[in-house]
Design a protein. Structure first.
Length: 353
């Protein structure tokens, strides 16, 4: 383990780290004592979790994913990595160098490919970025984290994607293990950049020839929805929002034309989908003023507009849901909403949950 831990366990004024720069933030008191560090930030996410839960059921699927997390956490100390937290079926880790992050990510992929969890194969998609981040007592924030989350979202199963900034930090040996695959405009940058794939499999013959001119879809930001006094945001921390008459829904609209579970808003990779599940359907009005009816089908939401449940919006203005996109990032994390595990050397124990 590093002698200069990424996460301090004393107040910054006593931590005595000459490389750390205190960052005050009056609007976010939970990072008021944060330090700015340059880190390799990595997310590892389970690719097939929905199918896994459908096939095994909730208890067995959770146990399988917990066992997968256990295996991931065993890899971290070998490369001086630190677990920050888990977010659903995803883990957030940090490393002092990109070489260590790439080696850890590759070993995680190998570990997943060589064994089954709960009798099922689990695949990961991984994204990593290198740059300055705000490090608080047991969390990490900033554009570097957002970009790593975005690259994870656009990575395919069994893929590791790295930013150009990360690839530039690799040593000579590991530079031979990455190849450019996409162009992208990342949050916090004004220029288009290259996204690299880490080739971790020994079988190079299975690689697809990449056209570097292909551009990834951008991070359009979180989706914010307002219904009266109720406001919700769909992002990486809340990727699914349930709307309907049932009190079990996240956003509740009480009316006899509204189905108990009327619709879902779901973040898939970088797009927000509205999925109608109702009897009467959903009306969507775009910024242009065009209104159309959706029934038992789905559509991508972008920009801003109005969602009306069970009838056109003019017929029931009290049931209008206004949606808009928060352009900052769909992948930013906020304090206190994720499953934060103790530090350092934390391990998840399925038998204790």
């Amino acid at each position: 383990m590093s002698e200069n831990p990424l996460f301090f366990h004393e107040p910054p004024e006593r931590a005595g780290s000459p490389a750390a720069t205190p960052v005050p933030d009056a609007e976010a008191p939970w990072i008021a004592r944060a330090e700015r560090r340059v880190l390799a930030v990595m997310f590892a996410d389970v690719s097939n979790s929905t199918a896994l839960y459908a096939h095994l059921g909730d208890p067995l699927a959770k146990a399988a994913i917990d066992a997968c997390f256990e295996r991931i956490l065993l890899v971290l100390p070998k490369f001086d990595g630190r677990l920050v937290k888990t977010i659903g079926d995803e883990v957030l880790c940090v490393f002092p160098t990109v070489d260590q992050a790439v080696l850890a990510a590759s070993e995680m992929q190998v570990a997943m490919s060589e064994r089954e969890f709960g009798g099922q194969t689990i695949q990961l998609h991984i994204g990593l970025h290198y740059g300055p981040a705000l490090v608080s007592v047991n969390d990490v924030f900033g554009d570097t984290v957002n970009v790593a989350g975005y690259l994870t979202a656009v990575a395919g199963a069994e893929q590791i994607l790295a930013s150009e900034a990360a690839a530039a930090q690799l040593g000579l040996t590991l530079k031979r293990c990455v190849r450019p695959v996409f162009r992208a405009l990342l949050k916090g940058s004004q220029r288009e950049t290259t996204v690299y794939q880490v080739v971790w499999s020994r079988d190079d013959g299975e690689l697809t020839s990449a056209n570097i001119d292909h551009r990834l879809p951008p991070d359009m930001g979180a989706l914010v929805l307002d219904l009266g006094a109720q406001t919700f945001e769909v992002n990486v921390e809340r990727p699914i929002l349930r709307i309907g008459r049932s009190p079990k829904c996240d956003l509740v609209a009480k009316h006899d034309k509204v189905s108990r579970q009327h619709l879902l808003i779901q973040l898939r990779r970088t797009s927000f989908y509205l999925i109608d599940q109702s009897i009467n359907g959903t009306w969507i009005t775009r910024e242009s003023g065009d209104e159309y009816h959706l029934l038992r089908s789905e559509v991508i939401l972008s920009g801003a507009g109005v969602i009306s449940l069970g009838c056109p919006q003019d017929a029931a203005p009290e049931r209008r849901i206004v949606f808009r996109q928060d352009r900052r990032s769909a992948f930013r994390l906020s304090d206190g909403k994720a499953d934060v595990l103790p530090f350092p050397g934390a391990r998840r124990r399925p038998d204790l949950e």
